[in-house]
Write a protein that binds this ligand. Sequence first.
Ligand code: ATP
Ligand code: MG
Length: 559
Amino acid sequence: MESANTSITDDNAALRKEINKLSRELRLIKGQLDRAIKSAEANEAIGISLRMVNSMQRAYTELLLESCPNVIALLDQNGKFVLSTKSLLNLMGVPNFDFIRNLRYDDTFAKYFSKECMQVLKNAVEKVAMSDDSALFDMWIDFSEKGENLRYYSVELRRIGVDNSIIMVMIDLTDFMQEKQRAEMASNAKSDFLAAVSHELRTPMNAIIGMSGALKRSGISPDHAKYVTDIQNASASLMSIIDDILDFSKIEADKMDVVDDDYDLSDTLDNLHSMFMTVFAQKELKLEFDISPDMPKFIYGDEKRLRQIITNLLSNAYKYTQTGGIIFSAWHEEHESCLRFDIKDTGIGIRKEDLEKLFKPFEQLDVRKNRNIVGTGLGLAICYNLCLIMGGEIWVDSVYGEGTTFSVKLPYKKANGVIVKKNVEAIEFSASNAKILVVDDIDINLSVAEALLETFEIIPDLAKSGMEAIRLAKEKKYDIIFMDHMMPEMDGVETTANIRSLCDWNSQVPIIALTANVIKGMDELFLSSKMNDILPKPIDLNALNLCLRKWLPEETVNL
Ligand code: ATP
Ligand code: MG
């Protein structure tokens, strides 16, 4: 019996143990189940949020593609459309992207792009497909296919991503271009007007300067001669204003000419020195020229423009300095192949806030204080542009009340050879036997030329038109013909050609262009149209003297 009891107790213990083990396993499984349920719930939640994020992303992308005003298209590595903004679809008149999906860009664009533009686009696609560089170009494209909506686009292509996709961005610049063209046309009209006005002003100035010179030489009383000198000085300053306006209009119209040639820089600087020494003596200002001995002597560049820059800076220094002096230094920056010029004065100086206005046209500073000083405010704007055109720069340092230093840096080239000094001294002579014809449609200009030539005892023949000049040139052999450029019916260029071909006597006669039209390209025009030289109007007596000496046959000149 006892052994039977013992066996039941053992069975119970084993059962309990088993139950305990099972309960532990059950708890374990329950725990795992709980965790699995939680993780499944979490996964679903993540899935839901991912789906939400994705659809928001898609909505944003679609919004972006729908509303972006610029044309953006994505091409796959085979040049097929993968994506595009609605703006492109609208331009092409297709309702949705499915119409172009998987079509090649060149097949699709062929009907809107001209052949040339298509080639440019293809080249650009090929280029960016093979490099990391972008391609940027502008072109006219007509998406209406009928020439009704030609618009100007800036196009940029770039390769993106690892699969060699290409993004293409097109920005419509038509309105901007039209605005720019309008502004350019307005600016050109203004410049043309200024050039025409300046040209028209030069013609009467030619008469005033020419006739006052003739009056002075005609043996008038000293009192009257003084009046005439005043007229001449006033005319000279008016002429320099007209020249500035003309120069400025040329700069604005992008027609400023820089004519490079070999010249002797030391001669130019000597000449400026003596010219300004005389001017400075009038105000008891000290003028020091400090020219470094290493300055190159013969250089290649535009001497006239260099003179113009230095003259304006020295005149300004003179105008705006009452006591002390001016130092003009010039040296050579060998490592940069540059000429340097500094003009340092002890004058009124310039306020810091005015410095930025300084090189702008028509700006004059401290107008009330400087009201007695003449000028138009164009000088520095012209200097600034001339320096720029010649590849150099100009800048200023100033302390208000103490003084100013203007600095100019200009690149230069060495002259091609040694320059033999030309005989530029005008010497008195007469040429009463010289046969000269002057052609000009304006009476007063003929009278001026006549009066000027009288200085050399020359009595010229006068022609009021090209036709009359040809008639005279058929009858008589001339030593020189002075030819106006702008004449009605037959201008100077045409008259010259006719004289050369129709008047045997005068087929080789030196023909000198008389011109008030100092615009870029004119020199080349005259010289290429078989004229031999140019004499600008107003005619300067000295220049006429040199011109006659250069072209008259020796036997007609009496020294
Ligand atoms: P223009 O040269 O056309 O006859 P301008 O001399 O008045 O006239 P700019 O040479 O352009 O014109 O000079 C512009 C302004 O800059 C001057 O009116 C003057 O106020 C100021 N300025 C120029 N140079 C100096 C200087 N050395 N010292 C002080 N102020 C100067
Ligand atoms: Mg000036």
